[in-house]
Ligand binder design. Structure first.
Ligand SMILES: NC(=O)c1ccc[n+]([C@@H]2O[C@H](COP(=O)([O-])OP(=O)(O)OC[C@H]3O[C@@H](n4cnc5c(N)ncnc54)[C@H](OP(=O)(O)O)[C@@H]3O)[C@@H](O)[C@H]2O)c1
Length: 259
């Protein structure tokens, strides 16, 4: 993990967010929207350093502080190092967005133990241990504080185009959301999830074009969602406008699941 590299100036008292997996897709859109709203953003990437730098540059253009770290959520050492760095440089967090995730499109008979572990370790175990570290930083901040977990429609209804391990990991994310919502409510820390349906990002770029078109046709609104449409839901849940909302799941799925 490389260290956080602060850039840009900010007034004292600015809200501070950590957004994982912001080298592209939903995480990048979320970081940019938070920055547009004046929030300092610390972003992470796993392999795409250039993408993360691009995201940070577009955030910094809004005049907020930005920092970039490499983070592999499968590594608890990486997670602890990141938390220590945020503690040393920023001292507090108001917002944690557990966005990073992985979704190999593997048919269930071909999923082996290593791939099962990699998906669960990234999407569920990593999110748990990062949340555990981040709670101390959220406790250090004042005012509205929020964790937003990016789950998935697959975690609610099982995999559609996606894989069994992925769906299981996202169901775990939804269960953790509800657990932490109850555990942290008395301290005023809110914990919510968004559950996107199929969104046009590098992740769905991994589907073959026929499968992607079939998926879009199955969506009642007739298309894949856009990263910015998920980012708006994340930013609402992360903002004081949602001050009475905790333990909730905000569906962003074009009508694929209602009610
Ligand atoms: N796209 C969809 O249709 C959809 C639907 C429902 C839910 N989601 C969820 O939305 C979130 C964002 O996905 P996306 O669609 O924006 O996909 P994406 O563009 O592929 O972004 C995934 C991000 O996660 C990072 N990442 C991957 N493995 C990691 C690891 N082991 N440790 C730390 N970070 C890791 C990636 O880093 P690098 O790029 O640097 O490697 C990237 O920044 C994910 O949790 C995904 O499950 C997506």
């Amino acid at each position: 993990m490389s260290g956080g590299t602060a850039s840009g100036g900010t007034a004292n008292g600015t809200r501070k967010a950590l957004v994982t997996g912001a080298s592209g897709g939903i995480g990048a859109a979320t970081a940019r929207l938070l920055a547009r709203r004046g929030v300092d953003v610390w972003i992470t990437y796993a392999g795409d350093q250039e993408g993360a730098r691009r995201t940070a540059a577009s955030c910094a253009a809004h005049g907020v502080r930005t920092a970039v770290s490499r983070l592999d959520l499968r590594s608890t050492e990486d997670i602890a190092r990141l938390a220590a760095r945020v503690r040393a440089e920023w001292g507090e967090l108001h917002i944690l967005v557990n966005n990073a995730g992985t979704c190999p499109y593997t048919a269930w008979p071909d999923i082996g133990p290593d791939e099962w572990d990699a998906v669960m370790d990234t999407n569920a175990r990593g999110a748990f241990f990062l949340t555990k570290e981040a709670i101390a930083l959220l406790r250090a901040a004042r005012g509205d504080r929020a964790i937003v977990n990016v789950a998935s429609l697959a975690g609610q209804v099982g995999g559609i185009s996606t894989s069994v391990h992925y769906a299981a990991s996202k169901a775990a994310v939804l269960a953790m959301t509800r657990s932490f919502a109850r555990l942290l409510a008395a301290e005023g820390i809110r914990v919510n999830a968004v559950a996107p349906g199929p969104i046009r990002t590098p992740m769905t770029g991994g589907l073959d074009p026929g499968a992607r078109d079939g998926l879009a046709a199955a969506v009642p609104l007739g298309r894949l969602g856009l990263p910015g449409e998920v980012a708006h839901a994340v930013c609402l849940l992360a903002s004081p406008d949602a001050a009475f909302t905790t333990g909730a799941t905000y569906d962003v799925n074009g009508g694929l699941r209602t009610g």
